[in-house]
Design a protein around this ligand. Structure first.
Ligand code: NAD
Ligand code: IPM
Ligand code: MG
Length: 359
């Protein structure tokens, strides 16, 4: 089993180091090989996704990814910015199915942005389509407007588009996930305004015919954003497009206590996967040793389960995370009065200690 380790920049290097430590503490045989990506790769190789990094990722059984991006690269041409590395990996590897589970650990109900009773027992799954939508639609660019409110003015444009097979395959993934869970799927769209999302809604409805055991409902994205903070436990699985999924998953993260708690898995048709926390490189806290590594550690657990066929080892990591939270250990983002505040490394060490205590 070969794991490509791509820490990236910002807190990426700090959090991935902890996840690697946890993986090495398991009694498993795998080969870990690291490569620079994002700003770190731009700094040494002049490109955020160098050929060698892409080759390593392509040949690996799974990829453990940290985070990329920093405001200091914002003046670069778009193709050279760190974020293009993660977008490029998703596109090159066909990682269309992104799973973002928002689980509120019982120990963290008081760290949630919502009242504890609204999030106690929360366990929802966002299935985000990851290789289409306005993120990748062509054409895009800048030009002189020939019509619109200001003809003759400079304008910028992107294209929102989804093909039927793209919607069908993510719908199948989501229905199957819902079938294994609570049997309820909510498709989130903006069909009242956008043709792309009327097509999305129609297509998801058609695919539903193959999953009569799953209850399907549809919500407009603005209502979904509101319902997520009003009654998040009413959801089970949410399926949505690339951009809405990006936004709703950050919102859902705060229900669990912090964006530092939300792992993710991005899978392709061959079940090859890239595993990364849902958050970014957090330039505001990078280098300070305070970032929460648990989303990355939990992403490593998802990697063991989904790509490496090691469900038992995955469960061990999840139990170890539960243990450190029960011990009252908290990084700053989830710390509340009475908890023990720890840094990134101490949190990783505690997870390793909890693993060895399992025997
Ligand atoms: N997949 C990725 O690599 C990814 C994801 C999101 C954003 N980004 C990029 O990251 C950069 C920063 O973006 P942003 O600030 O909008 O989002 P961000 O997710 O990096 O940070 C948002 C806020 O959450 C906090 N935060 C994030 N992760 C944390 C953790 N593990 N522990 C504690 N606090 C944490 C940060 O300190 C910040 O206050 C941008 O360049 C953005 O494009 C990359
Ligand atoms: C960094 C950025 C391109 C990325 C996205 O928008 O998909 C991030 O926000 C995420 O959620 O993984
Ligand atoms: Mg995001």
């Amino acid at each position: 089993m070969k794991i490509a380790v791509l820490p990236g920049d910002g807190i990426g290097t700090e959090i991935v180091a902890e996840a690697v430590k946890v993986l090495k503490a398991l009694d498993l045989r795998f080969e870990l090989e690291s490569a620079p990506v994002g700003g770190a790769a731009y700094d040494v190789a002049g490109h955020p996704l160098p050929e060698a990094t892409l080759k390593l990722a392509t040949g690996a059984d799974a990829i453990l990814f940290g985070a990329v991006g920093d405001w200091k690269y914002d003046t670069l041409d778009r193709p050279l910015r760190p974020e293009q590395a993660i977008l490029g990996l998703r596109k090159h590897l066909g990682l269309f199915a992104n799973f973002r589970p928002a689980i509120c650990y019982p120990q963290l109900t008081h760290a949630s942005s919502l009242k504890p009773e609204l999030v106690a027992g929360l366990d929802i799954l966002i299935v985000r389509e990851l290789t289409g939508d306005i993120y990748f639609g062509q054409p895009r660019g800048r030009r002189t407007a020939v019509d619109g409110h200001f003809p003759g003015a400079e304008e910028a444009f992107d294209t929102m588009r989804y093909s039927k097979p793209e919607i069908e395959r993510i719908a199948h993934v989501a229905f199957q996930a819902a079938r294994k869970r609570g049997g309820k799927l909510t498709s989130v769209d903006k069909a009242n305004v956008l043709e792309t999302f009327q097509f999305w809604k129609d297509t998801v409805t058609e695919v539903h015919a193959q999953y009569p055991d799953v209850k399907l409902d549809h919500l407009y994205v603005d209502n979904a954003a509101m319902q997520l903070v009003k009654a998040p436990k009413a959801f089970d699985v949410i399926v949505t497009g690339n951009m809405f999924g990006d936004i709703l998953s950050d919102e859902a993260a705060m229900l669990t206590g912090s964006i530092g708690m939300l792992p993710s898995a991005s899978l392709n048709a061959k079940n090859q996967g890239l595993y990364e926390p849902s958050h970014g490189s957090a330039p505001d806290i990078a280098g300070k040793g305070v970032a929460n590594p648990l989303a990355t550690i939990l992403s490593a657990a998802m990697m063991l389960r989904y790509s490496l066929n090691q469900a038992e080892a995955a469960a061990r990591i999840e139990r170890a995370v539960d243990t450190v939270l029960s011990q009252g250990l908290r990084t700053g983002d989830i710390w509340r009065e009475g908890d023990t505040r720890v840094g990134t490394v101490a949190m990783g060490d505690a997870v390793v200690a909890a693993l060895s205590a399992q025997g």
